[in-house]
Design a protein around this ligand. Structure first.
Ligand code: SF4
Length: 351
């Protein structure tokens, strides 16, 4: 018999039912297997313990099951757990579990590498290889969720698409993964607990509006001055702040959702009074929440974190403009938890 080539998780429930019918098996088997795939998040046929060995063998003769596996795990002093995952073709991606207060957040990747080359980001230094499939994104959530239960006896409460890659350049697989994470046939999580973070791909933000998505959207702004943003986010040259403003306005009109602006505090680069003024101006076009993020320096980066005093002064200015602003400290500094840092090191060591 030839080697199977079809991924079992590419099948719909109806497709599985057809398969079992063709094999002369009972139709209800399809629902059992489907539940194992999505509700119970199995990552091998062997885990499907209430399915007979004969049926599991039949499945493995006809389908592949390219699940991701844990490659390394590091735990920070602050409780953050960083994991690297190996894909079926040997590539490495990463995800992070961030416990804080009553939240247990999984930060997950959407691409292997990234070709947008943002200057403050370790992933931008890793060449883009490929988009992740929706089941590879789903696996990260499942594994990080299992880790949360084992380490903290607590389920995942939030998911952020903020790891390696630009999620909106892998639009369909990202949305499909969210369907499986939130759908009743999958993990059944609330869409309100999911945030997709983008560097600001204007046409795809409009598409999110057209698709009336219910999850949260975060835009990595990092400067509200075009010329400065061009220097740290090369994509801004193709998609200016004007384009971004119009796309966010449209998204808000369509979904009614208030977006979050992420703003990494870079000393003497984007943390002056003129930067705060430009940011306040940018925020006039739609309702927003602003997160000021402590910078987690990456190797060979020219940037430094602004430090607490400059960050507080920046926040005070925005507060006076009646904007909703939070300061977010960086997590897992001792374990390279910034996006792309761990995978970068592993690649350099060929792990
Ligand atoms: S910040 Fe996001 S979009 Fe920019 S290089 Fe890093 S992963 Fe890519």
């Amino acid at each position: 018999m030839s080697q199977p080539t079809v991924n079992i998780r590419s099948l719909t429930l109806a497709g599985l039912e057809d398969f079992f019918r063709e094999q002369g098996e009972q139709r209800y088997r399809a629902q059992q297997v489907y539940d194992w795939l999505w509700k119970k998040a199995a990552r091998s046929f062997g885990e499907m313990t209430d399915i007979s060995l004969k049926t599991r063998e039949l499945l493995s003769q006809h389908f592949t099951f390219p699940a991701i596996t844990v490659n390394t795990t590091q735990k920070s002093e602050d409780g953050t757990i960083k994991m690297s995952f190996r894909l079926h073709d040997g590539h490495i991606i990463e995800g992070v579990l961030i416990p804080s207060g009553d939240r247990m957040t999984a930060c997950i990747s959407s691409q292997v590498g990234c070709n947008l080359a943002c200057k403050f980001c370790a992933t931008g230094m890793i060449r883009y290889v490929r988009n992740l499939e929706f089941d590879e994104i789903f696996d990260q959530v499942a594994i990080i969720g299992e880790t949360a239960r084992i380490e903290y006896n607590f389920p995942l409460s939030h998911i952020v698409y903020m790891g390696m890659g630009e999620p909106l350049l892998n639009y369909h697989q990202v949305l499909k993964s969210i369907e499986k994470i939130t759908g009743p046939e999958g993990m059944g999580m609330s869409t309100q607990r999911i945030t997709v973070s983008t560097v600001g791909i204007a046409p795809m933000i409009r598409q999110l509006g057209n698709d009336m998505v219910r999850f949260n959207l975060a835009v990595s702004l990092h400067s509200a001055i075009n010329e400065k943003r061009n220097r740290i986010i090369p994509y801004n040259l193709r998609n200016s702040l004007g384009d971004l403003t119009e796309a966010i306005k449209y998204f808000h009109q369509q979904t009614g959702t208030r977006i979050t602006l992420e703003y990494i505090m870079l000393k003497n680069f984007n943390d002056n009074a003129s930067d705060a003024k430009a940011l306040a101006e940018f925020c006039k076009s739609f309702p927003v929440k602003i997160n000021l993020i402590q910078y987690n320096p990456v190797e060979n980066s020219p940037f430094e974190d602004s430090g607490p005093e400059r960050t507080q002064a920046f926040k005070d200015y925005l507060d006076r403009k009646n904007l909703v602003v939070n300061i977010r400290r960086s997590r897992g500094k001792d374990i390279d938890a910034a996006c792309g840092q761990l995978a970068n090191k592993l690649l350099n060591k060929n792990l």
